[in-house]
Write a protein that binds this ligand. Structure first.
Ligand code: G6P
Length: 608
């Protein structure tokens, strides 16, 4: 959601900014722009539409001269996507240019007061108040002007700023929106995320709220809001450039689907040593675990769906009651969370605004927070008491696949760890659970070797208008994710239902030919779901079922069946989701959708 790149060095900035922005396309955007300092003035070009429109407009950047600049991809919040509303935004007179990710909540009040002082606004954005405010406070010292500005603005922001009065400098600041500093060789960067700069440097600084970065020549100074210099350690990113490239696949999504066995292995294997779970990263004590009254799991989107799986699994293995909450609801519902509770926060990006706010709410109320995060050093990771990183590597496709799968593995690890520590898992059960869990990567690989039947089934079904996903128990939890995956990338309406709920309304929507995807992997519930399949078949539905190998009885009812390798019921979600991801992918491809960047969606949702 909005991407920022900034460059200061010796090369021409514009092509570097464009290529950085390209790497942030996954975040979701509807317009783009850059501003470059050259000949002591700011040259700005911005446009509605995809980056290639901007690219063509400035001939790949060759039209714009200068070696310091800022770039932006905008995901509209205040004001429709348009050339004018695109970033950067300039102060009147063109002295200052700003790119912004986040939302300025008090912008209307600030706008009115700036208008009274004679400032003219040209856009509908909240961001424009920032360039005018900096200009208003500027009296020769940019740092002072930025500090005064951040004292006036409320909300969230990551800002890249240049000024024609400071032709060798670049400025940045952030609060509650992501921004990193890339430290290169004779050149430095700012960016919303690592893929934007990884081809030029792997050394980064993570910034705390309201730290101001002042780049001058090839020096970097980081200051707090009282202008004290802050010393930081460099974080070295060890994944290689190809991890953020498509590597021969048509889309990031299919590449990331295929990467799942490795991502799962990387997340799980280092944490099982000599038959024991070793969670070095988690400091919560056995005494604390024994006293836990309740567990809350919080996330948004697919991360929330992982939480639903987590509830079933943790309750089963620990007998501790678990509540799963959407972060956007938890933060405002005056939750009963307190010091005897553990809050598990799940987030791929570690920057989702609602999830971060929910985390802070839980901490304020005394709960211990354990987060499951993919992006190292992200805000959620830094604000948590404990972090269990998922080692999925960079996930570029907006629709998550490998992050979802690794988050699920992290929850299995947590559930088993808690169960061992509170005495609900015996030594023998632990051994069985860990042995079974370690079979998951090879079973996922096996499913991935046979995508062609799903591909050809999708080629027959992609014109479906509505699709219903049914499941019971853990199958229902995965149905939620399967349905989201399908609708978000293929724009086909779909809903997930607990199969037992069918008769309470949904069944009236089943007509001749309606596609129903029935998940039938739960041993104890197999007969029940078979009955539900019969019910929809009797009303004309076409049924695509997913079952475990050997359960061929399902073929009598279903029109198309995908079999999964046998696995204990508790671990089936790790396998069931895979054919659903593949099916959604091919449905979207057949429809000609922009699979990696579905319309209106953003990968990292940094606004409420
Ligand atoms: C967006 C993404 C989803 C993701 C959700 C939560 O909606 O498109 O794939 O599940 O945000 O993101 P997070 O980074 O917190 O996991």
């Amino acid at each position: 959601m909005c991407g920022i790149v900034g460059y200061i060095g010796k090369e021409q900035a514009a092509p570097i900014l464009l290529s950085g922005l390209e790497k942030l396309e996954y975040r979701g955007y509807d317009s783009a722009g850059i501003a470059v300092l050259g000949d002591n003035k700011i040259n700005m070009v911005k446009t509605k539409g995809r980056l290639k429109v901007l690219f063509e407009k400035i001939h790949g950047g060759t039209d714009i001269k200068g070696s310091i600049g800022i770039g932006h991809t905008r995901w509209a919040t205040h004001g429709a996507p348009s050339d004018i509303n695109s970033h950067p935004h300039m102060s009147n007179g063109g002295k200052i240019a700003v790119v912004h990710n986040g939302i300025i909540e008090n912008y209307l009040k600030l706008k009115a007061s700036l208008e009274e002082k004679g400032y003219k606004f040209v856009s509908d954005t909240d961001t424009e108040v920032i360039s005018h405010l900096i200009d208003y406070y500027y009296n020769g010292n940019m740092i002072d002007a930025i500090i005064k500005t951040i004292h006036r603005i409320e909300g969230s922001y990551a800002l890249g700023i240049i000024s024609s009065e400071h032709p060798g400098e670049l400025f940045a600041v952030r609060k509650a929106s992501p921004l990193i500093v890339g430290v290169g060789n004779g050149e430095n960067f700012i960016a919303s995320d690592i893929p934007a700069i990884i081809s030029r440097t792997r050394d980064v600084y993570f910034l705390e709220d309201n730290e101001i970065v002042w780049f001058k020549g090839d020096t970097i100074k980081i200051l707090d809001a009282d202008k004290n210099e802050v010393k930081k350690d460099i974080f070295h990113v060890d994944w290689d450039v190809s991890a953020a490239e498509k590597g021969g696949y048509e889309h990031f999504m299919i590449k990331e689907i295929m990467e799942q066995p490795k991502a799962i292995e990387d997340t799980v294997c280092p944490r099982i040593k000599n038959g024991e779970i070793v969670l070095d990263d988690i400091k919560i004590t056995k005494e604390h675990i024994e006293k836990l009254k309740r567990i809350y799991i919080i996330g948004c989107g697919s991360a929330y769906h992982v939480g639903v799986v987590g509830k079933y699994v943790i309750e089963k293995l620990t007998r501790i009651p678990v509540e799963v909450d959407l972060a956007s609801e938890f933060r405002y519902r005056d939750p009963l969370v307190g010091k005897d509770d553990l809050v598990i926060v799940i987030s791929q990006s570690g920057e989702t605004a609602d999830t971060l706010a929910a985390l802070r709410e839980a901490k304020k109320r005394g709960a211990r927070v354990l987060s499951v995060v993919n992006v190292v050093g992200s805000s959620i990771a830094r604000d948590s008491d404990d972090v269990l990183y998922t080692w999925a590597g960079p996930e570029i496709s907006v629709a998550t696949t490998k992050a979802y799968s690794t988050q699920m593995q992290a929850l299995y690890l947590i559930a088993i760890h808690l169960g061992i520590n509170n005495g609900h898992i015996t030594e023998e059960q632990k051994n069985d659970l860990l042995a079974e869990m370690q079979t998951i990567p090879s079973k996922v690989s096996k499913i991935l070797t046979n995508v062609s039947s799903l591909q050809s089934y999708a080629s027959k079904k992609y014109s479906s208008k509505d699709v219903f996903f049914l499941g019971r128990g853990l199958d229902y939890c995965v149905a939620l994710e399967g349905s989201l995956k399908l609708k978000e990338i293929s724009y086909i309406h779909s809903e997930a239902y607990a199969a037992g709920e069918l008769k309470h309304g949904t069944i009236s929507l089943i007509e001749d030919g309606t596609l129903v995807i029935a998940l039938a992997t739960q041993k104890d519930l197999f007969e029940k779901i078979l009955s539900n399949i019969k019910e929809v078949k009797a009303r004309g539905a076409t049924v695509f079922a997913i079952a475990l190998e050997g359960n061929t009885e399902i073929e009598k009812e279903a029109d198309f069946v995908v079999y999964l390798p046998k696995i204990e019921s508790i671990f089936t979600p790790a396998l069931t989701v895979i054919p659903l991801q593949i099916f959604s992918y091919y449905m979207a491809v057949n429809k000609g959708c922009d699979v990696d960047k579905p319309r209106n969606l953003a990968k990292s949702v940094t606004v409420e």
